[in-house]
Design a protein around this ligand. Structure first.
Ligand code: RAT
Ligand code: ZN
Length: 423
């Protein structure tokens, strides 16, 4: 343990601690190689990431429709993004810079703009060893997946009962159950659970359906061993509410979390399919009501909630809420907030209001390779923000030790998340 007695050493220690820290990525959309083509990787997958496809359609050649685009082979789609978003418009968005950073850190000559050569390099990679290489370059110990038991393509892979992958931990995603009961009930019934398609409040059928839905979750938890239950919620999410969503939360999700000793991750603020033609790229953001978070935390003090919100507008109120409830852990700069200016602002604000007791970011990566850029960009910002906070702390008279610095850094990058369930 060394006390850092001069500002320059403190600054370099903080930056080195962030650069060297092992990160736990607590929300991604990655899959193990055993899930076959559900695990997306390579330059064409990066270029056709839905963030970039949405951008393409802000600048696409007139006459190109999303429907025509979807019918094209992936490499042709990637060509269009490469040409319009990167070459013609200069790759200035965060999503475009992400592709550039990733290729550069993989040692590829992105400056040479040789897409054919880059494709050739990817064609020589093997999925399993490439996955390990990406995790090493990103500096991750493991990433948490999004595993949806209401997605038939995923269910098939879990049925095979393959051994877990050491770099990827499951999370049980339950959006359909929470927000589309009739669809969930249809699938649960097909899988042998007695669930009624329509919920009639306080009826015998409803009570039996909820019991069966809890059994469904318990069986899935046993099968995949998730680290948490996860749900994304729209910007009009309210709690408490008599609507089906509120009854499902109170009678299925919260009791299941209690029985299974699992935290509930809530990602709040979507406006799904604002432009349906763009598919995943057509989702938007809305300002949500933080009192829903406050109420659910207050009414269920024995349940741990991991929460992130999509609208920048909600972030300050959410931080204040997290100061009031020990069962609330804030994580990540979600989706449209995962841009440098907003990450910087959110990280500063959270540090100022919460200390190093939140998870600074998650990658949300749907394409494996992007772990590299998402974490490289986040590390740079966290280093700058922390270096500045430590500078001010030093000026105030506190001389931190190198251990203290490393502990705070790790807390922001996965340590606080790991400690949260045991708190
Ligand atoms: O970030 C994304 O790619 C979004 O499309 C969503 O996946 C979002 O993160 C979610 O988990 O719903
Ligand atoms: Zn996500």
């Amino acid at each position: 343990m060394t006390v850092l007695n001069d500002p320059a050493t403190l600054d370099s220690t903080v930056r080195k601690a962030v650069a060297d820290a092992t990160i736990t990525d607590i929300h991604t959309h990655l899959f193990p190689p055993s899930h076959g083509n559900l695990l997306l990787w390579n330059v064409d997958e990066m270029l056709t990431y839905h963030y970039l496809v949405a951008e393409l359609f802000t600048m696409a050649p007139s006459g190109l429709t999303p429907a025509d685009f979807r019918k094209m082979p992936k490499c042709r789609q990637a060509d269009l993004v490469w040409e319009h978003v990167l070459l013609r418009r200069g790759a200035l968005s965060e999503a475009a810079r992400g592709v550039v950073t990733t290729l550069n850190k993989l040692g590829l000559d992105i400056g040479g703009r040789d897409l054919a050569g880059i494709r050739k390099w990817f064609a020589q990679q093997k999925t399993e060893s490439y996955l390990v290489k990406v995790f090493e370059l990103a500096g991750l110990d493991y990433a948490v997946m999004t595993n949806d038991p209401f997605q038939p393509a995923e269910v098939e892979h879990w049925r095979a009962g393959r051994p877990p992958h050491e770099l990827l931990k499951p999370a049980l995603r339950i959006d359909t159950l929470v927000s589309n009961w009739p669809a969930a009930a249809g699938m649960m019934t097909a899988a042998g659970y007695e669930t009624a398609a329509m919920l009639e409040a306080d009826s015998f059928d409803e009570a039996r359906s909820f019991k069966e839905a809890r059994r469904f979750l318990a069986d899935w938890a046993k099968k995949i061993k998730p680290v948490y239950l996860a749900v994304s919620l729209p910007s009009d999410f309210a709690y408490p509410t008599d609507q089906p969503r509120g009854r499902v939360l109170n009678n299925v999700i919260i009791p299941a979390a209690r029985e299974l000793h699992l935290p509930i991750a809530m990602m709040i603020g979507t406006r799904r399919r604002a432009n349906p033609a763009l598919g995943d790229g057509g989702d938007a953001v809305g300002v949500a009501d933080v009192s829903a978070v406050q109420n659910i935390c207050a009414e269920n003090p024995d349940i741990k909630f991991l929460v992130t919100m999509l609208s920048r507008v909600n972030q300050h109120e959410l931080c204040v809420c997290a100061r009031k409830f020990g069962n609330l852990h804030l994580f990540g700069c979600w989706w449209f907030c995962n841009t440098p200016s907003i990450i910087e602002e959110m990280t500063k604000m959270r540090l100022e209001l919460l200390g190093a007791n939140f998870t600074a970011n998650h990658s949300d990566a749907r394409v494996l390779d992007l772990l590299i850029s998402k974490w490289s960009h986040t590390r740079d910002i966290v280093a700058d923000v922390l270096a500045d906070k430590y500078r001010l702390l030093f000026q105030a008279g506190w001389h931190p030790t190198d251990d203290e610095v490393r502990r705070s850094v790790r807390n922001l990058l996965g340590g606080a998340y790991e400690e949260f369930p045991a708190k």
